[in-house]
Design a protein around this ligand. Structure first.
Ligand code: UDP
Length: 341
């Protein structure tokens, strides 16, 4: 496949999904520049030597302008965002500032420089509690927390920029990102860690006393919540395809990225027990506020528009690499971030 040779700016490229995408794109021979303030990203997650890491904020227009002047980017992939739903409920302005206002500043610079291709990390949280399953793009978007709203607002802004100045964008609505590179060199490391699979791993390794299961009285076959876990390398692949689609002159797209397969919390615990050969210490607790019982994608539109399908649909294929990562040289945690000189 041939790719546009113009460099790509990837914000938040040192984060979980960003770093896997950076690795894929750099491995395809594309010139990638990462802009990441390393608040949640890890410089160790950038492993391809061809990738330039710039430490700074997306909203620092002087910095972003200087990068555009230097590299003449052909496209931007925007990952940088805060992602804690609970925190967004208690500190909404932090989310609207970082997830909505900062990208506006980035888009202003893009407009100045005539860069008209934008790939955006959106989320199934923009749908809120779905009125029908599986979720298609025709489902109503009615987010129930500031995190989902902060992302949906950017979708709207992108639509308006398309209309006004021809910005073509791909809004990729991720379901539950999981897994990591099978070689275990990069992986998922959030601090604090709230996500299910890493927390199950932490419980198996004795880093936390037990895994608390949030609710067993949902209207699902085993009473626990169902999610659509999508492998992070499949997400990365979708970004590469979205870039190619837009670079080839394709229209803006908005699509779900999921497997279409629902997996319960109890099934995740069993999958981790199978891969680790250990019993997960579990306590059953109350529901977590704001958790819908079931979120499962219908990913047909991504296939139609981008030729993308998830290569991995079996949860073992996601939990397996996560177990390798958690037992690898970093033990599932990058060493303390060091800001490059
Ligand atoms: N969950 C859980 N215990 C935990 C973390 C998560 O039971 O310690 C459940 C949570 O209620 C949800 C599912 O696991 O049903 C996935 O949660 P996660 O936070 O990983 O992703 P989310 O779906 O909230 O984006």
């Amino acid at each position: 496949m041939t790719h546009s040779s113009a460099p790509i700016l990837i914000t938040g490229g040192a984060g979980y999904i960003g770093s896997h995408t950076v690795r894929l794109l750099a491995g395809q021979g594309r010139k990638v520049v990462v802009l990441d303030n390393l608040v949640f990203g890890h410089d160790q997650a950038i492993i391809d030597p061809s990738v330039e890491l710039v430490v700074g904020d997306v909203g620092d227009q002087a910095l972003v302008r200087s990068l555009f002047a230097k590299f003449q980017f052909g496209a931007v992939i925007h990952f940088a965002a805060y992602t804690y739903v609970g925190e967004s409920m208690t500190n909404p302005l932090k989310y609207y500032q970082n997830n909505t206002a900062e990208p506006i500043k980035l888009l202003q610079v893009m407009q100045e420089f005539g860069c008209k291709v934008f790939v955006f990390s959106s989320t199934c949280a923009t749908y809120g509690v779905p009125d029908k399953l599986p979720i298609t793009e025709a489902n109503r978007q009615r987010p129930i927390n500031p995190y989902g709203k902060s992302k949906l607002m950017v979708e709207w802004i992108l639509e308006d920029c398309d209309h006004a100045w021809g910005l073509r964008s791909a809004c990729l609505r991720y379901f539950n990102a999981s897994g990591c590179s099978p070689d275990g060199l990069i992986g998922e490391d959030h601090n604090p860690e709230t996500h299910l699979i890493p927390r199950v791993m932490m419980a198996v390794r004795g880093e936390i006393d037990h895994l608390e299961v949030f609710g067993t009285d949902y209207d699902t076959p085993d009473g626990t919540c169902i999610r659509d876990y999508i492998h992070v390398e499949d997400l990365a692949d979708a970004h590469a395809r979205a870039l190619d689609h837009l670079a080839a002159g394709g229209d803006s797209v908005r699509c779900n990225l999921g497997t279409g397969v629902g997996v319960s919390v109890k099934e995740i615990i069993s999958a981790v027990e199978a891969v680790s050969g250990k019993t997960v210490p579990v306590k059953y607790g109350p529901r977590r506020e704001g958790d819908p019982a079931s979120l499962v994608a219908n990913p047909a539109l991504a296939e139609e528009l981008l030729g993308w399908v998830a290569a991995r649909k079996d949860i073992q294929d996601m939990v397996g690499p996560a177990w390798i990562w958690t037992n690898g040289p970093y033990g599932g945690r990058y060493p303390q971030n060091k800001t490059p000189e």
